[in-house]
Design a protein around this ligand. Structure first.
Ligand code: SAM
Length: 247
């Protein structure tokens, strides 16, 4: 259940400093030390204690339902100028990814890389606009989302008319939502819902295949690797966030 989920009341209330310490604004580095504990940060805010340090740039790439973090870890060195965030609902899986990134950050051979990647526990179906402001993201990844096969479970799918409006809110015009699944029915469902949404258009196959993130998405997620081992099919679709129409 979500009862123990902690989330900021707005993006301005989110303390990113403990997730991306290398990106703290130099002028803020002496601000309140980050606690590495979102609950404590929020408590401090309620008590009116000092504000937390701000980052020099915003998170721009979100991997929703990131699982064990294969995509994050593969993309971080390829997108060195962006901050990447994995969002995962399972506590232990989130902690695993956090440890994985921590280890990579200090490993001698990869030192300096991976400072731009982090993972937090969240129910992305409920609290996305609490974490990101309008048009903040340039890319969202929805990789092998749980298929929820039964019709009465379809409302649990992470692509729906309502959720697509949330994705449209947090993704900037020109930004891309990446989807991949081994379940054809879910693929058709995702394509149907995005194409129907006024804020998105499907990216052409030529452009899709030229995007280096697509190759990474096919080969580097843990779920994608499982599908490969089982000789399964992978269905990919990308959607571009359109400009809002002039009113
Ligand atoms: N994207 C990863 C991959 O491709 O290897 C993991 C895919 S796994 C089938 C789906 C993941 O989504 C699981 O780790 C699950 O815990 C997570 N998840 C499901 N619902 C979620 C939600 N509402 N918010 C965040 N994560 C969620």
């Amino acid at each position: 259940s979500d009862h123990d989920l902690v989330y900021p009341i707005s993006p301005a209330h989110m303390n990113w400093a403990s997730y991306y310490p290398a990106y703290i604004k130099p002028s803020d580095s002496k601000a309140n030390p980050s606690t590495d504990n979102l609950a404590e940060d929020l408590r401090n805010q309620h008590l009116g204690r000092a504000a937390f340090p701000q980052l020099a740039q915003d998170v721009e790439v979100a991997d929703i339902g990131c699982g064990f973090g294969g995509l994050l870890v593969a993309l971080a060195p390829r997108l060195p100028n962006s901050l990447l965030l994995g969002m995962e609902i399972r506590t232990q899986v989130t902690e695993y990814v956090q440890e994985r990134i921590k280890a990579l950050r200090i490993q001698k051979s990869t030192e300096g890389l991976y400072r731009n990647a982090a993972c937090l526990r969240a129910n992305s179906m409920k609290f996305l606009p609490n974490f990101f402001k309008k048009a903040q993201l340039s890319k969202i990844f929805l990789c092998f989302p749980d298929p929820h096969f039964k019709a009465r479970k379809h409302k649990a799918r992470i692509v729906s008319t309502t959720l697509n409006s949330e994705y449209a809110y947090v993704v900037r015009p020109g930004g891309i939502v990446y989807t991949i699944t081994d379940v054809e029915d879910l693929h058709l469902w995702m394509v149907g819902h995005f194409v129907k949404h006024l804020s998105f258009e499907r990216v052409s196959e030529t452009e899709q295949e030229a995007d280096e993130c697509v190759g990474v998405m096919r080969t580097e997620t843990e779920e994608g690797q499982k599908v490969t081992r089982n000789n399964g099919q992978k269905f990919v679709a990308l959607f571009r966030r359109l400009e809002d129409p002039p009113w």
